[in-house]
Design a protein around this ligand. Structure first.
Ligand code: 2HG
Ligand code: ZN
Length: 457
């Protein structure tokens, strides 16, 4: 039975309609656990506003009742930043699905923060444009969540991270004020850039309600190759030639053998490359003309190996991409992983990967490390299964090693609640103090995503 509605609940129901306030534990459940099953907590209720003005009203009501808020998009976050921890109100952006007509002259579009990546992409493609950001959870992950975490994905080598795609933003502050601009002017120098401030703020400074996105051309010709290389070092050696000679290079995704064998087993497929490799690269070029010959020419010159599988049509391409897209799901089927999403300078990537593998092996000999990521950004997704009680020690020692070698403790998943502890080591006390002052001035009563991103003072 649902608990009887309290005053907060009744006021929210009056604002967004009773069907959009979820109090029943069964109705809330899907919002209270992340998709890996690692992070979960109880919420007070879930509220699903349908417009920016409703979001503003919801925030004001919550503020009046001193009820903290966790903003949630598609619930595809991986660091616990979008699920409740302490009976917060979950503000779901799922109904903020405005999709304006694409401005083809500016190559921009305004969408609600609850629009999924796939929906925004399809909307853009209807007028031959495309979204620059793509990653495996595209069908659920939302634009607002991708901005809030400064998500990356596979095309960062060409177009940069989410931050580079945002031309304007609209958001609701902790006091219920609506701020921002969606005009998307490419040139303006009128003070601090609000989109830059909110990208990566993980719901702690404001609730993003709409985004003006920059779009890119929808390239109709994509050539895809899966290349097996003897080692990660050999894969890195290939990088300069790929960057230099492939003008239409779109992505270079990395699967280490642990990830390749796991995903093949999960999909019940055999690896398209028959020989054992030390590292697999999924390389794509996309352009307005056929990219196949150019990709093959560069690979033949710089990676002369028969360990290459090439896609010549969309079906074959889908079969290759499926291997990369399904690694996270394959891991989830095995258990609840310890996820570390780190970036390292390319010069130390190979050695550090070997050192991390040795470290994890020593700390948790029975564990399995599945390693994959985005090669050009030195971004590794280190997923450890069955680490048992070594989870905390692994996290600490790997992150300390990453910081010591000039890397980042989060490349694209964010800090969430999982990595706040290492923020000072990463950014320095002075910077974290500055971020705290910013947070305190915008959200003095700690209403928005408390406990996320910033470590407790
Ligand atoms: C990806 O690149 C995502 O597929 C998820 O960032 C990574 O599951 C992961 O660790
Ligand atoms: Zn990734």
């Amino acid at each position: 039975m649902s608990p009887s509605p309290d005053v907060l609940c009744r006021e929210l129901q009056a604002t967004v309609g009773p069907t959009h306030v979820l109090v029943d534990p069964d109705m809330r459940a899907g919002y209270e656990t992340d998709w890996t099953g690692r992070f979960h907590g109880a919420s007070r209720l879930v509220v699903r506003p349908g417009t920016t003005h409703e979001v503003a009203a919801v925030v004001r009501i919550c503020a009046a009742h001193n009820a903290a808020i966790v903003t949630q998009g598609g619930n595809t976050g991986l660091v616990g930043g979008g699920v409740p921890r302490n009976h917060e109100v979950i503000v779901s952006t799922a109904r903020l699905t405005r999709c304006d007509a694409v401005d083809t002259a500016a190559s921009q579009v305004t969408v609600g923060s609850g629009v999924t990546l796939a929906a925004a992409r399809n909307h853009a493609r209807a007028v031959a444009l495309d979204l620059a950001i793509d990653f495996a959870s595209r069908d659920s992950a939302t634009i607002g969540g991708a901005v809030a975490t400064n998500a990356g994905g596979s095309r960062v080598i060409r177009f940069g991270t989410m931050r580079a795609q945002v031309a304007g933003i609209e958001a609701v502050l902790a006091n219920g004020e609506i701020i921002g601009s969606l005009s998307g002017l490419p040139k303006e120098t009128i003070g601090l850039h609000l989109p830059s401030l909110l990208c990566g703020s993980e719901g702690t400074l404001a609730i993003i309600t709409a985004v003006r996105l920059k779009l890119v051309p929808w390239y109709r010709h994509t050539a895809t190759a899966l290349v097996g290389l003897p080692s990660l070092a050999a894969a890195l050696d290939l990088l300069p030639a790929l960057r230099r000679e492939l003008a239409q290079l779109d992505s270079i995704e990395l699967l280490m053998p642990s990830a390749m064998s796991l995903v093949c087993e999960h999909l019940q497929r055999t690896c398209p490359i028959p020989v054992d490799a030390g590292a697999y690269l999924l390389i794509e070029c996309a352009g307005n003309s056929d990219q196949h010959d150019e990709l093959m020419r560069v690979l033949a010159l710089h990676a002369p190996t028969n360990a290459t599988a090439v896609a010549t049509d969309e079906t074959a391409r889908g079969r290759l991409l499926e291997l990369r897209d399904n690694v996270t799901t394959a891991i989830n089927h095995r258990g609840v992983p310890l996820k570390l999403d780190v970036a390292l300078p390319l010069g130390v990537l190979s050695q550090t990967t070997a050192d991390i593998e040795a470290l994890i092996n020593r700390l948790a000999p029975k564990s399995t490390l599945i390693n994959f990521g985005h090669l050009a950004e030195g971004n590794l997704h280190l997923n450890t299964l069955n680490a048992g009680s070594a989870d905390a020690t692994i996290t600490d020692q790997v992150l300390q090693m990453v910081i010591a070698r000039g890397g980042a403790i989060s490349a694209e998943h964010g800090i969430g609640i999982a990595k706040t502890h290492w923020l000072v080591a990463q950014r320095g006390a002075a910077e974290v103090d500055a971020l705290r002052s910013l947070k305190a001035s915008l959200d003095p009563h700690k209403m928005l995503n408390p406990g996320v991103l910033l470590p407790e003072a």
